[in-house]
Design a binder for this molecule. Sequence first.
Ligand code: ZN
Ligand code: ZN
Ligand code: FE
Length: 767
Amino acid sequence: MQGVGFRPYVHRLATSRKLDGFVRNAEGGVVIAVQGDAAALEDFMKALTSNPPPLARIRRIRIVDAGLDSSRGFSIAEASAPISEFDFAIADAFQAGVDRTLVAPDVATCGDCLGELFDRNDRRYQYPFINCTHCGPRFTIIEGVPYDRPNTTMAAFAMCGACRAEYEDPGNRRFHAQPIACAECGPVARFAATDGSHGSTGVEAVRDAGARLAAGGIVAIKGLGGYHLACDATSAGAVRRLRARKHREARPFAIMVEDAAAAARLCHMEESEAAVLESRERPIVLLRRRRSLDGETESAAEEIAPRAGRLGVMLPYTPLHHLLLKAAARPLVLTSGNISDEPIAFDDGDAHERLGPLVDARLWHDRLISARCDDSVMHVAAGAPAFIRRSRGFAPAPIETSLAFPRHVLAMGGQLKNTFCVARDHTAFVSQHIGDLHTAAAANSLARGIAHFAALVGVRPEVVVHDLHPDYVSTRLAAEQGVASRVPVQHHHAHVAACMAEHGVSERVLGVVFDGAGLGTDGAIWGGEFLLVDRTGFQRVGQLGYVPLPGGDAAARRPGRMAVAHLWSAFGRELPPAAAELVAGLPGGELALVRQMLERGINSPPTSSVGRLFDAVAALAGVRDVAEFEGQAAMELEAVADHDSSRAYAMEIAHAGDFVVADPGSLIRAVADDARAGVTAGEMSAGLHNGLAQLIVEVAESVRRRTGVNDVALSGGVFQNTLLLSRAVARLQGSGFDVLTHRLVPCNDGGLSLGQAYVVALSGEVA
Ligand code: ZN
Ligand code: ZN
Ligand code: FE
């Protein structure tokens, strides 16, 4: 990657060993020429790989002999410098398999820069845009390659003499730091009250924003990849106001706290979770919140993430955030700057227009954002970090694959939590989070994002992969890419392939995909699937039995409706009085309406979705009848689970030849009995989790007996549920299976695009 301080590092290694030569950027990496004492050369080679700069990635080193040169000393040569004889001598050696230099993701402010930020004697004291070769904005300021200042949004700022001197000094830690800046020459922070009553600039602006937040105000804040909406996280009133203005009734907000110690005061935190929280990618980390807080904080916490067991917490990742947290002196809610499901605002004009009416003030600056990039979201699941959303800090970092992509691939992703993926050679590049594609703004963002992103990483798509669903916006856009070769891939096939791609697997695996919804090859809505996947494609070897999905997609927000559908199916396509009683409390007319839909078969496609099974059980357990977003009921059902309970709702498994169908009816009848007997929601939740883990093992064992397949890949959005994931992994491992879980991309639809692309690599399909 360029701009990560590799050349100065080489310069130091060479000069300290009195070696002559040069280092220069080249297509695909750097070229180093060294000559000198043989022992010193050997020592240099050893040192080269031992302690490279934190952001550098050494993928391959190629060594060739060249003739002696008469020049003395060691220099850092410009990439544009005349090509020397030496370059010609090694050019051939580099021809084969040369890769392009990569664009780096954004990196949180490093310790050295923080030290200067709070050092009164430093010339960048309290300068909100301090950065260096090891930290700062990258992906979100890059407009084109190569990564040089003129190709970034920093091109608008002419370096002052002092910055220029640092930029040109190989011994300086800001040597060739493209976003280098200071208060003399760089971006300026600005504060403005919405009512026009007050405005300020520089560090004053940050202080004013902090004061406004501390006083209960709602402030739009320009970050790295877009705007946030912020308020005081300890004030229930402020959080309620923000919720009302954002039209976001229940979705959890993320909070930003000053450091890990502050996070530990709000949440339980394992060492592994603290490590993710403090990593230089600085994602939002989902942490179990503490129950024993003082009164005021408890009520605020409830407003921040109602009925959720976990809080999304992050640490400051830009100097502006560090200064702001100090100024506000309290945890802040920092949620994406949008209204409900629209993409976050990143353009200043757009932000002013869309967010202006929502906020009391704005804190922004004049460094433009080239690409929208949401915060990443992670948690520790089954003992290791995993993604809920992979975006800022990670995109566009490469994901290496064991199989090569036969052609340059563009994979369009799904409809919800969309990402796209471009791939070539042995490398896949998954885009930042694009989001749900329901709005025109999101669809535009996808259409525009592809061209920019593909150009940055050097992919010219020759084949386009998309979901089977004809109505996904991503599917429709696939036809508009000007690429003749288009490949549809079934949704859950892609989920499994993504998991295989991450683990470098190309041999046959059993994919267990527990998901919300994806179109199946039979026209049904799949989501409880057992798929054998290999290089020839996929074979469905088992499923959760179908039940009707009343109202189609709309059912995802109606857990109560799913309870009716499941009861109706479980009791032989009718609703006996004892069962009807359990759903009698549904909001006005819903029960009668759903019954009618079921009996007449209106708008009720068959579904095998485990996500919807969670909804049904959540409703029967009294957790929730109406959801505001898909997965809300399931999240709450997981949160109340009694972890010590060994209750397990077994499912009857019917075999039809080699095909297995797990009957949700048997499970639902047991749930209904328990609901009538007054069993607690915690017990019932445990029963569902344990029952599903047991089902996975039973089906996997039956498939293994028949096929010998011992690798099981767990995928689909339901596996964001850490209780289910850890129980399933433990039981599978206990039965001798090798278990693959997602570690590099989300198990939800954010990981689909990688899987879609990998299906092309798996098939080895060539034009
Ligand atoms: Zn730094
Ligand atoms: Zn300067
Ligand atoms: Fe999915």
